[in-house]
Every structure is written in C-alpha cells, then in structure tokens.
Design a protein around this ligand. Sequence first.
Ligand code: ADP
Ligand code: ZN
Length: 715
Amino acid sequence: MPLNKDQVLKQYFGYDTFRPQQAEIIDTVLRGEDCLVLMPTGGGKSVCYQVPAMVQDGLTVVISPLIALMKDQVEALRANGIEAAYLNSSLSSSEQDSVFWKAKLGELKLLYVAPERLFSGNTMEHFKNWNVKLFAVDEAHCISSWGHDFRPEYRQLSTLKSHFPGVPVVALTATADRVTRRDILGQLGVAESAQTFIASFDRPNLSLSVLPSRKRLPQIEQFLKKHPNQAGIIYCLSRKTTETVAASLQNRDFRADFYHAGLPAAQRSKVQEQFLNDDIQIIVATIAFGMGIDKSNVRWVIHYNLPPNVESFYQEIGRSGRDGSPADTVLFYGYQDIVMRQDMINNSDQSTEQKELLRAKLDRMKQYAEADLCRRRILLSYFNEAVEQDCGNCDVCQNPRTRFDGTLLAQKALSGIARSGERVAMGMLMDILRGSRNRALLDRGYDRLPTFGVGRDLRGDEWSEYLSQMLNSGVMDIAYDEGHAFKLNANSWQILKEGKKIELVKFIPLSERKAREEALMPKEKPKQEIIRDALFEQLRLLRKQMADALNVPPYVIFSDKTISEMAQKRPVSEAQMLDVSGVGDEKYRRYGEAFVTEIVKFAKKNTKPGTRVVKGMTYLVTHELYQQGFTIDDMAQQRGLSSSTVVSHLVKLRDEGHDIKLRSLISDRHYDEILAAADELNYKSGDPVAPIFEHLGERIEYGMIRLALALREGA
Ligand code: ADP
Ligand code: ZN
C-alpha cells in the first residue's frame, strides 16, 4: 500500500501538519501539473517535492546549483530513511557508476544533479530510461537574467520540457519580483498559465533590528554576550572587512573565522564544514557564503554593511532560524552605506536602465533601514503582503519612536557647514559642533568659528544619528566626489533663514533600548526552565558527538527545534519520542534510543531520593535502575521509596510501552504463594492488599504482592 502525503510527512519527516500551501503544491505536482513555488528561505520548499517523491513510484530529479550542499541534503534524506543520491563533478567515475546503477534499478527516490551535469555527455539519454516522474528546479531564479543570481548554465534547462514532455516540473525560488517570476516560467518552457503558489514571506520567528553603524564591534560584542555559543553569520561587503572583523573577534576569544570567494577552495570548504558542524560559532563572510546554507540552527545574522536590495537582505537573514525557533537579525546602517552602494551602481558597467532599477531597489532597502514604523510591515509590503498589525518582534515595535522638533539642531549643523565653507564631512562637523580641540580642527582654525561647541549638549552618537537623519531627509546634500563634504541646498537655506521646521526621531542609545530578552522574559527563570535549558545543552552535546562520529552536520541528526521540544517534553518511550516534531520512523530507529537514554541519565542526575525536583522524572530514574538490573528491593532502597511505589513505577512504565519484564522481577515461589493467598481470601481487583500481606505472615513485601496481582490481571 503506497502511503499518502500525510503519512509520508509523519513517517519520514516526523511532522504532523503541512505548512500553508505545501499540501496544495504537493497535490498539484501529484496530478502531474507544472507549477512555480515562491517561498521565503526556510519556508519549507524541499518538502514540496520530497513528499511527492515518496508518494509516487519512480524517480524525482532535483536540479540545484548548490553542489557543495548536495552531500548534506542527501545525508539528511537518508537519515530520514529515504533513498537519495547526487550527481556532480565531485564524484569519481566509480561512484558515478554506482549512482547510475541504483537509478536504473529503481532503487533511488531522489536524485540531485547540477544543471551542467545534466546536459553533459549522454546523461540525458540515461535519464530517459529511469522512470523520471518529477523535475524539481531549485533556486529557479538562477535561470533569469532579471534575477539577482543569474547562472548561464541554468539556461540549458529550457530544453527540459522538450526532452521530457510528460514529466511535470516544479520550479522553486525565494525571489519575489514579478519580472523574474514570469521570466522563470518562460525560460523553463512552462505555460504561463501554470499555477503559481506564493507562500507568505513572513518569518515571525526572526526578530528584526537596525543599529547605527558607528562603533560596530563593541555593539557586536554586546550582542554576542547575549547569544553565547549560538551559531551566527556576520555579512560584510568586502573581503578585507571579513578578515579584520574575524580577527578582532578571535582576539576576544570568540570561535570565529572568515569566508570569501578569494580563499582557496579547500580552505573555503573547511571553514564551511566547521561552521556546519558547530566547531566554529561565527562566520564573518561576504555574500559568497551561504547560498543555500542549509544549517537549520543558525540563531542570528548580522549585516555589517547594507545589502544592495531587500531580496538579498531577506534571503540572508532568512538563513537564520530555519528550524522555526527564535532567531535575531541586526542590520548596521549609516549614511556612508548608501553612499558606497550608490557609488558601486554608478561605477558599474550596467545599462542606464539597469542602473535605474538598482537605484530603485537600493531605495527600498534604505526605507527599511530608516523605518520608524514596524519593520516587518515594511519588509512584507515589499513582497506585496499587506499586514494588518505591528509585529511586536522588531526594534521599532519594542521601542516606539518619538518625534521632536529638530529645527534648532538642524540650524546648528547647517550653520557649521556654512561657516566652514561647505568643506567638512560628518566627522569634522561633529567635532566642530561638539567643540573638540583636535589637531586637524585647530590647524584649520575651526575653533574660531561661532558655531564651535554649540552642540556640546549632545553626545557623539546622538549627533551622528541626527546628522544621518538630516541627510536622509534632504536637510543638506553630500558631495561624494569632494571627500563626502556636506553641502547646503535650497531646503537648507529655508531652514537656516526662514526657520522652516523639521522633525527628527528621538535617538535611543543601545544601552537603553529595551532588549528583546528583557522585554519578553521574567527576571529569574523558573526552575522548570533552568532544567529544560540544561537538558537542551546536554542533548545538543550528544547530537554533536553523534554527528562527529557519523561525519555529518549536527542538524542532519535533529534540528534545534526538535531537541528543544525533547528538552521540554522529556520523551522516554517510543510513542512519546515519535510525538516530537521532526522525529520520523527512521530517525527514531537510528537515534531514538540514544536520546532517551540521555534524557533518563539527565533525570537521574537531577532527582535526589525523596525529592521531586521535576514531575515525571522519578519514573525515569526507576527505569534507569531497572535497566541496570536492580531488584525491586534494591531499587526501593537506593531511591528511598517503598517497594510498592517502585512497582507502581514499573507498571506505569510498562503501560507506556517500555520493555519491562515484570514477571522476571518476582520469583516463581513468591508469585505462586501470593496468588494462592489471593484465591483463598477471594481477593478482587481494588480490594485492600493488607489481608494478603498478613495471610502470608508479613514475609513478602507489599510491592511484590502488588506486582503479582498486577501480573495476574494483565495476563
Ligand atoms: P527552504 O524553503 O529554504 O528550502 P527547507 O525546505 O529547508 O526550506 O525547510 C526549512 C525547515 O523547515 C527544515 O528544517 C524543514 O524540515 C522544516 N519544515 C518544512 N516543512 C515543515 C512542516 N510541514 N512542519 C514542520 N517543519 C517543516
Ligand atoms: Zn514590528
């Protein structure tokens, strides 16, 4: 009997329900129809073709540009009990032969292949003999030159439909813009009428915040203190920056390393692997890192520099929190970022039309960074999603903005610019306003300007923030080609001479910003939580040891979300374990017992005789002792419990499905004696057992009597 899609989801992936759209997409694919799937990174695209692969017979071919990732994807499928393989340039010819054979013999359900590999040699002819039932084109935007990651080798996929007219194609991407969307279908030779599924781009578990880009390192350090041992990525614009930032973090004893396209391939894959395996906590990287990084327990992403557009930004922060557990994202932002990005566009060799497009996209990014209303609403509006409510999980929601009349501050700044002959940039202007007597300033005689020191009442970070805001709202201009000197414009003169009003948004220093943790969590963790967190750590360590031994990344074993649910529910039987989201049949078979043992071990350590630190734990300790072969009396003594209590534990454990051989805990002689006494006294279930105890001359423990009676009933 083939399984249906719900059974496949539960049995192979351990999940109870589909996420929005997944079920509809799967049904469409199973009807043999082409479709286009738009889902944010981490939204759950893979399930959309992996489940159909297991529901129908034949082979599902997954076309993906992410060669480096194929091995892990295949590993992850195998860990779920799914036969999968990949074909790419990293395979030896004998490895490749073995894949070909398996495919031919129908032993594979999923085959990952790089596009260039698909069209090389006579691969295509082989495919025609392999009962291919579905093509999944992952990262489908790579086929469009409108997309932000065009790959020429993807263009060949346009012939797929003519080679396999009857086989449905599902194209998947996290790119939202309309032009790219339409182009994808056209390029793939799929009818424009094919269904397009657009899942919500909301990722509510990602917190969003923007911080001023002055003094980034100390801010990062402060951030890291709140995220001890949590894996994260810091994205930088230049290779050089990745190296210096990584070095600073290493100096501060963080397990950090850098990654960019200028490194030798061997070093790149080593760093990537160490990160996937949780050996490195922090990766400082250019965007060369992460295309398809599938590590589900990335807990935060920091943008050291401003990304060029919202798509890239969303894709990059989307690499955190893929397991659905909370993750934090930070964007550092200052006016220099916009300058730098504009320069990059101006100096690129793109067409005028393309440059316009890039500028418009940069502008949307700027709007996000400067938002003073809920950032998630701004982000989602970019993806054409209207959101009715503020999210509560962004820095603006948590620190609502207050506006004030900033005219006087603007006048001070503008006067400083005017008096110094419109030759100063941000840093010098701040020094003038704040009255710093530094060498460069004194050399130019700026200390004699009437504006010198008129802004002493504000700190440096406040001025920096307000000057950025002024610049962004057109209070003055900036001359990129004159060392970024500030210039007055018509608006400036109106403010200076005519007192035109301008508003600024009140600056809140980092130290005063309401931290998410503080806002959401009570001051002291309740005991239950302390225990849960400690167990989580222990399970995380076990996962790491197993992963190292098996030479796979830890998340291939279980996701953070799954072990966090284990720490919460403390499953100790097969049924309870299979109830945890992310534990399917195969995972239970492979890892279930080890995790149960660890939970029991933990329980034992955290339960002292006579105390009941955690409800439910006491059974586990009994279970542990039972497994070590103790008798009922020994168990009772060790635990300071009565033998009856121990027996009641064992009976309960057995009823929950544990393998407890109750009969072997009692000798035949005692068993017979007790049952004989019960018969003589005409004992019925629920009667007090004291008469039996007395009848047997008080020789046999109550626990044993209860056990024998339970056995008699159970038989
Ligand atoms: P992407 O869209 O980026 O390819 P993935 O397919 O890797 O996302 O899915 C992201 C995470 O969500 C994975 O850990 C996956 O196992 C999990 N996931 C997918 N579908 C479900 C579901 N229906 N229930 C619970 N978790 C799911
Ligand atoms: Zn918000």
